[in-house]
Ligand binder design. Structure first.
Ligand SMILES: [Zn+2]
Length: 107
């Protein structure tokens, strides 16, 4: 099971609550393209797999206790399109460059 799936499934209640507050904080607006969507995806600024490596997360309890995973300052809303592009940086090179510039502003 991937780290993101553990958060989505095993830590579902906590994740739903945090997602909701992050969407609200940014007024349901994608932080890259500015699109508004009530069901906007919430994205970890640091990839979950990196956080997993950094803290050596294995059990569900460890995931739940890891503050960085649940820190709202490290979460941003992104629309499906922008999130897809970020997840496939090689396929979308020119966008990735644009994202890197935007990311400097976000981080
Ligand atoms: Zn977007």
């Amino acid at each position: 099971m991937t780290s993101q799936k553990i958060i989505n499934n095993k830590c579902s209640c906590k994740w739903q609550r945090i997602k909701k507050s992050v969407r609200k904080k940014y007024n349901y607006t994608c932080q890259i393209c500015g699109k508004k969507d009530n069901n906007i995806t919430v994205h970890h600024k640091l990839p979950v797999r990196d956080i997993k490596m950094l803290y050596n997360l294995i059990t569900i309890e460890e995931y739940k206790k890891c503050k960085l995973l649940w820190d709202r300052n490290w979460l941003i809303p992104l629309c499906k399109k922008c999130e897809n592009i970020i997840d496939n940086p090689v396929k979308n090179r020119s966008f990735t460059e644009e994202y890197t510039l935007n990311k400097r502003r976000i981080l």
